[in-house]
Design a protein around this ligand. Structure first.
Ligand code: ATP
Ligand code: ATP
Ligand code: MG
Ligand code: MG
Ligand code: MG
Ligand code: MG
Ligand code: MG
Length: 256
């Protein structure tokens, strides 16, 4: 198309191309989800429907953008790890963030009714996004460790808080009971007052969700009809401890 005399305004545009050959992590987070979760009657402390909807949306993003190696989610947030040498959108910061945020958000609305068949969506949810560059594998692993520890700390607090509230304490009383307590104290309250062994709670609540491509064994039949087991790469959602070295030893391809 011919240039017009107006085209010069393009020079005002600013591009931030992210440094080459380092990890890129796009993290999105629900805007005002404290209010959103109350308005849509999320179960406390953990609404499994909401977590599964988040995982569904994240899996769509993961499958749509081949350069995403790994995704980690908890609560109303998801982190998407792009491989180091990704050239997706020429590593343009705004394009990376906005494409992930908008695809995730439109999926959230599109799939809402699958997970909340009896709860109308009352207003449009929105997510914010940022991208952070991590030069070394250690930084990337510490980033993921940080998010999984955050998941654990929040979940232990919220589980104890809501157990106290559901047993008759007011929210202010529950807050006061928990002020200054350590993890061991909360585990003890849960066990002695509510008979709950924290470690037996569902891993999705305690560890969050990890999306990656893993080898799975698929059973099928060969051309003679004999059963054969093949190893195939498949997108999976798991709830493991990614802080442990074992997680990475089993999947060394993640850091290639
Ligand atoms: P901001 O806009 O600053 O992110 P926010 O209200 O979204 O504010 P967050 O720190 O992101 O605050 O916390 C998200 C909140 O959403 C949690 O504190 C919790 O109340 C709620 N929430 C998110 N997911 C769930 C879930 N699966 N079950 C129950 N509550 C949830
Ligand atoms: P990119 O992802 O780089 O933006 P694109 O395919 O979206 O690529 P654009 O330059 O944004 O390309 O152009 C949008 C295109 O979408 C238009 O060229 C036109 O073909 C189509 N389009 C958008 N709105 C309409 C519309 N209302 N009616 C018909 N076609 C439309
Ligand atoms: Mg939020
Ligand atoms: Mg992918
Ligand atoms: Mg959050
Ligand atoms: Mg356009
Ligand atoms: Mg376009």
């Amino acid at each position: 198309m011919a240039n017009s005399k107006y085209e010069y305004v393009r020079q005002f545009e600013r591009e931030n191309r992210l440094l080459p050959d380092i990890w890129l992590v796009v993290r999105i987070d629900g805007q005002g989800f404290h209010k959103f979760s109350a308005a849509h009657n999320f179960e406390k402390p953990n609404d499994i429907r909401a977590l599964q909807l988040m995982n569904h949306c994240a899996q769509k993003v993961f499958d749509h953008i081949a350069d995403i190696r790994l995704a980690y989610g908890e609560s109303d947030e998801y982190s998407f790890v792009f491989r180091k040498n990704s050239t997706y959108y020429n590593r343009r910061e705004c394009k990376l963030i906005s494409s992930v945020v908008s695809l995730f958000t439109s999926c959230y609305v599109l799939y809402w009714s699958q997970y909340f068949p009896d709860q109308a969506l009352k207003y449009p949810p929105s997510f914010d996004g940022r991208v952070v560059c991590y030069p070394c594998d250690k930084h990337l692993r510490d980033y993921l460790n940080w998010r999984q520890v955050d998941c654990h700390i929040n979940n232990l607090y919220n589980t104890t808080f809501w157990a106290l509230v559901k047993s008759g304490k007011t929210e202010t009383e529950a807050e006061e009971t928990l002020r200054g307590t350590f993890s061991a104290d909360k585990n003890e309250i849960l066990f002695s007052q509510f008979g709950t062994n924290y470690n037996n709670l569902p891993p999705i609540f305690r560890k969050g969700s990890i999306i990656l491509q893993d080898f799975v064994e698929v059973e099928s039949n060969d051309k003679h009809g004999n059963p054969v087991v093949k190893r195939k790469k498949k997108t999976v959602v798991i709830h493991e401890d990614l802080i442990k070295q074992k997680f990475w030893n089993q999947r060394s391809f993640l850091l290639d």
